[in-house]
Ligand binder design. Structure first.
Ligand SMILES: Nc1ncnc2c1ncn2[C@@H]1O[C@H](COP(=O)(O)OP(=O)(O)OP(=O)(O)O)[C@@H](O)[C@H]1O
Ligand SMILES: [Mg+2]
Length: 193
């Protein structure tokens, strides 16, 4: 079972390869609806209708180094195993959107995995690309947007060791806080139903 963070990495790498300068990632967990949804949206070169039709086919790839492209088919298979699906929509010259949905408590649903390392790797590997990451759990959210960080940092690059350390801590703490149980008042409210 492959961690979902590795699938996210694959999908965002497609975006970067497609020349995206902005990638928006949303991981939304809704325990009441028992769904986990992952959305990756980019402003890369997009795909024409013919490419889009073939994108779920493992033997389709535009890469030149080998003859199979597995990023999307593997992620789609993982979603379909968990009473979900993966849908790709795209417009040439505008961008691409990948939406994967899972039954959250499905026995085959892989854990989210190491989101922190995935994000850090992506952010540091693509200095000319902005990444917005949002993770939601029952309405509460953690957000990281490198565009906002760049505005604050000015000339200091995201790869600066001190910035990197800060980023690591920020992601770690933000995600830990999100995983913590909601406050007593929120619990009180939700038990009224
Ligand atoms: N975000 C995107 N923007 C533009 N084209 C895309 C995007 N994602 C996928 N594609 C197209 O779909 C093809 C298949 O993608 P997929 O991730 O399944 O395989 P791959 O990237 O070719 O190979 P692999 O992921 O195994 O390294 C890509 O070769 C590319 O042509
Ligand atoms: Mg790929």
């Amino acid at each position: 079972m492959r961690e979902l963070s590795l699938h996210i990495l694959d999908i965002v790498e497609n975006s970067i390869e497609a020349g995206a300068t902005r990638v928006e990632i949303l991981v939304n967990e809704d325990s009441r609806a028992n769904r986990l949804t992952i959305v990756v949206e980019d402003n890369g070169r997009g795909m024409d209708a013919e490419t889009l039709k073939r994108v779920g086919d493992p033997f389709f790839t535009t890469r030149k180094t080998r003859h199979v492209g597995l990023g999307i088919p593997l992620f789609k298979a993982a979603a379909q195993r968990c009473a979900g699906d993966l849908i790709v929509s795209s417009e040439p010259g505008k961008g691409t959107k990948v939406v994967a949905e899972f039954q959250r408590d499905h026995i085959d649903r892989a854990p989210l995995g190491d989101i922190k390392s995935t994000l850090l790797g992506l952010i540091l590997s693509c200095e000319q690309c902005d990444i917005r990451y949002e993770q939601r759990l029952d309405g509460r959210a953690f957000v990281l947007d490198t565009r906002e960080l760049r505005d604050i940092l000015g000339q200091v690059p995201l790869s600066h060791p001190q910035v990197r350390d800060w980023l690591e801590e920020y992601i770690e703490e933000g995600l830990a806080e999100l995983r913590q149980a909601p406050s007593a008042t929120q619990e009180q409210n939700s038990s009224d139903f």
